[in-house]
Design a protein around this ligand. Structure first.
Ligand SMILES: C[S@@+](CC[C@H](N)C(=O)[O-])C[C@H]1O[C@@H](n2cnc3c(N)ncnc32)[C@H](O)[C@@H]1O
Length: 500
């Protein structure tokens, strides 16, 4: 079996974390399959990589559809961002729950007495996103004989320069879809070129629509090429005229539009960034979470599924049995968790790396008349070292790290703070289990699950810190999976560790 070979009539056994399919080759090796695998489908696969212990492959052809597969409504669009649409939502929840159970297989002896809670579903399985980012681009390929100068939609997964047109995003609400289509029409008429990331030439780059779920307030952010020279374009109008006309039309048609920005991006990186200029309305929009209000500016971090975030935060709040003393809200983002929990605690430290997030958090606390949350703009690992050296103690700790999980040097200090309970909110089951194993003094390096093979990299080995015998000991008291992102492979998990 070698690269490019076709493996025929392979049954997809299951989906593993990251959304890949899993099957078994005739020589017993596991096959990790990309390209929208659905359990129980029979497929021909093209090998992309062979390794000693597993094979990587792409779906080449579906021989027999999975009995699980459902037809999606004809006006919905299936693209990389909602790959699981053909899998019924209850089945998606079952798969995610199963993945969490399997991820904890390594800790099976430590979870015998654990309360396993049913997966919390997202209140909305469609139209749940309060922020959608569309990209403009072109697709020029002599090999495929394609010269498409105008594309507007989403990136094809793994291809930075290829956009697939969007006509309907089922994860966005109806108003966002309407606004997006109107802007599409206007941008096409403008005759201004779409941006080409290969050459850095062109005008239209990204469109971000943020629509507060609770208040309906809408913010539109145009990201354009800041280096674009209008003088070189043989069209009569100016950029200002085009944008003024668009702003007038949009604000007249949609009452909910509260704010329109333009971001002039002079960099090559494919991100919505750089100089922002307010073209219309207010500088911020406001949304609500569990009764508190949060201000959102163009670059603010805010959970994209508002109703789902409420469920997640409620689960964190419910996990905390003792609400008094000092709370450490680590990897705090804009401090939403700390702010929501501030009532019970004497003092909350919300620690976050990104300066603008800490600043937004501070503003949000003031806005909600909360005075006992201190925002610390620092790396958690540095904060933990300083706090430990000052003999810092905490009563409760909430950890909500990014996908990579906890920084290894932070773990002994976090344990040393002696909290009664530690709530770990995770968006990556593999690093979650790895970190909890370390916290419980278990070493993961000798066992790997299907999930570990794709999710834990060699650099993770460095994270296997020895935990001193003298540190407080914890047990896993509760595990609650949560689905914040229906139709995608993402899963959140809330784990409660209790001091023994
Ligand atoms: C999953 S988000 C948590 C968001 C937040 N708890 C919430 O509910 O909105 C992870 C956060 O950790 C921050 N972060 C990443 N590495 C960090 C580090 N070493 N120290 C502090 N914060 C970090 C990221 O900027 C991001 O805001």
């Amino acid at each position: 079996m070698k690269k490019h070979d076709i493996l025929e009539n392979i049954r997809i056994e299951k989906l593993i974390f990251g959304g890949s399919g899993l099957a078994t080759a005739s020589d017993g090796r596991k096959i990790i399959i990309s390209g929208g695998a659905i359990p129980d489908a029979i497929c021909d696969l093209r090998i992309t990589k062979t390794k000693k212990n597993h094979i990587e492959a792409q779906i080449f052809r579906t021989v027999k559809k999975s009995p699980l597969e459902v037809a999606i409504p004809s006006n919905w669009q299936l693209y990389g961002g909602c790959k699981w649409l053909p899998i019924p939502y209850p089945k998606q929840l079952e798969i995610k729950e199963q993945q969490i159970t399997e991820a904890f297989h390594f800790l099976k002896n430590e979870t015998v007495d654990t309360s396993w809670h049913q997966i919390i579903r997202s209140p909305d399985s469609e139209h749940y996103r309060n922020k959608v980012e569309f990209s403009w681009g072109k697709y020029i390929s002599d090999r495929e004989n394609i010269r498409d100068e105008y594309r507007f939609g989403f990136h094809v997964q793994g291809q930075f320069d290829r956009i697939e047109d969007c006509w309907y995003c089922v994860l966005a609400d109806e108003v966002t879809n309407q606004i997006f289509r109107d802007i599409d029409t206007m941008a096409r008429k403008s005759n201004l070129p779409t941006y080409d990331p290969k050459t850095g030439i062109g005008f239209w780059r990204h469109l971000v629509i943020r629509r507060a779920k609770k208040t309906g307030e809408t913010m539109i952010i145009f990201s354009v090429n800041g280096n674009f020279d209008m003088a070189k374009v043989a069209i009569s109008n100016t950029m200002e005229n085009y944008l003024t006309e668009m702003v007038q039309q949009l604000s007249k048609k949609y009452e909910s539009i509260a704010s329109i920005y333009i971001l002039e991006n002079t960099g090559k990186a494919d991100i919505v960034q750089w100089n922002q200029v307010l073209l219309y309305g207010e500088t911020t929009i406001t949304d609500e979470l569990l009764g508190l209000t949060f201000e959102i500016q163009p670059k603010s971090f805010f959970q994209v599924n508002t109703l789902g975030a409420e469920k997640l935060y409620q689960s964190v709040i419910d996990s905390i049995h003792h609400k008094w003393g000092v709370l450490l809200d680590l990897y705090a983002g804009t401090g939403t968790i700390g702010i929501l929990l501030s009532q019970g605690f004497k003092k909350v430290y919300s620690v976050e790396l990104v300066t603008s997030s800490s600043q937004d958090g501070n503003k949000n606390a003031i806005r909600n008349n909360i005075t006992n949350v201190e925002f610390i703009n620092e790396k958690v690992e540095d904060f933990a070292t300083k706090f430990a050296s000052e003999w810092g103690k905490a009563d409760t700790i909430v950890l909500d790290p990014p996908r990579d999980g906890l920084h290894p040097s932070a773990i002994p200090n976090i344990l040393g703070f002696g909290a009664r309970e530690i709530i770990y909110v995770s968006c990556n089951p593999a690093t979650l289990v790895r970190d909890i194993s370390i916290m419980l003094g278990k070493n993961m390096s000798h066992e790997t699950s299907d999930m570990d093979a794709t999710e834990i990299t060699s650099t993770d080995k460095q994270k296997e810190n020895k935990i001193s015998e003298n540190l407080p000991k914890y047990r896993i008291s509760d595990i609650t999976p949560m689905d914040m992102f229906p139709h995608t492979h993402h899963i959140e998990t809330v784990v409660r560790l209790e001091r023994i």
